[in-house]
Design a protein around this ligand. Sequence first.
Ligand SMILES: Cc1ncc(COP(=O)(O)O)c(C=O)c1O
Length: 356
Amino acid sequence: MWSLIADAVQIPGLALIESTLKLNREFLVETPVWEWNDITKNRLVGPDRHVFCKLELLQKTGSFKPRGALCVMKSLSREQLLRGVTCVSAGNHALAVAYAARLLGTTAHVVMPRTASKARITSCHDLGAAISLEEDIASAFSKVRQIEEDERRYFVHPFEGPLTALGNATLGLEFFRQVPDLSSIIIPVGGGGLCAGISLAIKQLNPKCKIIAVEPSGANSLQRSLISGRPEKLDSVETIADSLGSPCAMEYSFRVCQKFVDEIVTISDESIRRGMGVLFSCAKIAAEPAGAASTAALLESLSQKQTGPRVGLLVCGSNIDIRSFCQLADDSLTVGGTSEGMDRFVTATTSQTVRG
Ligand SMILES: Cc1ncc(COP(=O)(O)O)c(C=O)c1O
């Protein structure tokens, strides 16, 4: 069921990933795959590349996070479930933990930064979680330690550990079944748990499929860790993709990524904005910045030589309010390549109309 890939680093085998996917069917949905196939794709990515978007932002709670949270929380004893769970999160993980707690008949006390989106805080509240709001990430961590001690709740980590990876691996298996012959998959990285889970599944199913990890340039803990050969901490994090803003890599996810990631690229906030704009223009999808990171990497820097002809994108988070989406998304790329292109397009259309 589990096999060893390095000292004390165990990964789940396919049979276990499969049975976990089946067991979680009760609580989660199989998210669809959308093939991006239009003239904008041909112009921006090339006619010879096929692009398949795994729309995991349609998962329960709006991101892939319940896959891992459920796996971890289902492993708890009756006594642990009676005492409840806790976590720290800017949103998606808190929503997942609140959702899983409700399904498993336990309670969640989540700690969120005061700056977290109001929509995410309200959704956590609607799912029945108790919420503590803290000024910054350091005070959020001391608050959660206090909750663990005072309320004896179990701490559900946002990305680290074999059970979280097992849950995330079910997403890799599901995607493989929908599109079995991908030449590459582009996976957004925060702490690295999503990338660890998907890559360990994909490399067992289709070892030829290349795993390309993508991080914001202002939150590149995995890139630095891969260079140094050990999990690294960042002094500061700077990105519009708050869900990818982990300040550190951690041992387990790092070791799995070290084994399976073929290439890692970083992207700017500007390209994340373009990715959001392109997804909206072409698919009418409103992704949060993290959910547009794979698309951004494909548009910004990845050549056909790097990705191969059949590319999988993880579009895995939708938790953003309308106002923030409109402020962040940039659609200039979908029209003429630049906003100047947009001006030319408008002028041409206007002059045609006048002639007609
Ligand atoms: C939408 C979204 N995408 C990607 C990630 C990155 O996942 P990980 O922290 O496991 O690397 C997160 C993490 O919360 C997320 O919410």
